[in-house]
Design a protein. Structure first.
Length: 175
């Protein structure tokens, strides 16, 4: 009876620890995730703005090239000059955005270690606590269950007797 109560308490402790462990790791990972997640939307927006500017730049560049291929008449030269004037600020804008991304992307990429390291460290610490507690609980249970005077054969007979009692219950189906 006392051993059964101790077993039940041990299993309750295991179940409680199992429920607590994932939450502990999530708590630590969440702190680091909130800090870093604000970077992703702004970086994605910067890439989208660069892509939009690139599309505008390509469109105006092809317009300039089209006028350069045509015969050099007065109206065509005026349109070519106007197209080049439209192209210049778009080209400068694209080059500035592209340069900024080329500088920021390597920094962002190298900062991934600073982001993930604390998360992994927290996860490992939570696992250490969990497995240490589980080891202690199972060690206590083993001491309670282990009867030093019994041989393996006697334990097996005792287990078979208990299993026979369970099979004899009306709620257990025959295999």
């Amino acid at each position: 009876e006392v051993a059964d109560m101790s077993l039940q308490e041990g299993f309750k402790s295991c179940k409680w620890l199992g429920q607590q462990a994932p939450g502990g790791g999530a708590k630590y990972k969440g702190q680091h995730g909130r800090r870093f997640s604000s970077v992703f939307p702004s970086l994605n927006m910067a890439v989208k703005r660069r892509e939009q500017t690139l599309q505008d730049y390509k469109r105006l560049q092809s317009k300039v090239e089209k006028y350069e291929e045509k015969e050099k008449t007065g109206p065509i030269l005026a349109k070519l000059h106007q197209a080049r004037e439209e192209l210049r600020p778009v080209k400068e804008d694209f080059e500035a955005k592209n340069k900024q991304l080329l500088e920021e992307m390597p920094k962002f990429y190298s900062s991934r270690i600073d982001y993930f390291e604390p998360s992994f460290e927290s996860l490992i610490r939570a696992q250490v606590v969990y497995y240490t507690e589980m080891h202690k609980i199972f060690g206590d249970l083993t001491e309670q269950i282990d009867e030093p005077g019994l041989t393996d054969e006697q334990r097996e007979k005792e287990n078979e007797a208990k299993l026979s009692e369970l099979r004899a219950l009306s709620i257990v189906a025959d295999d």
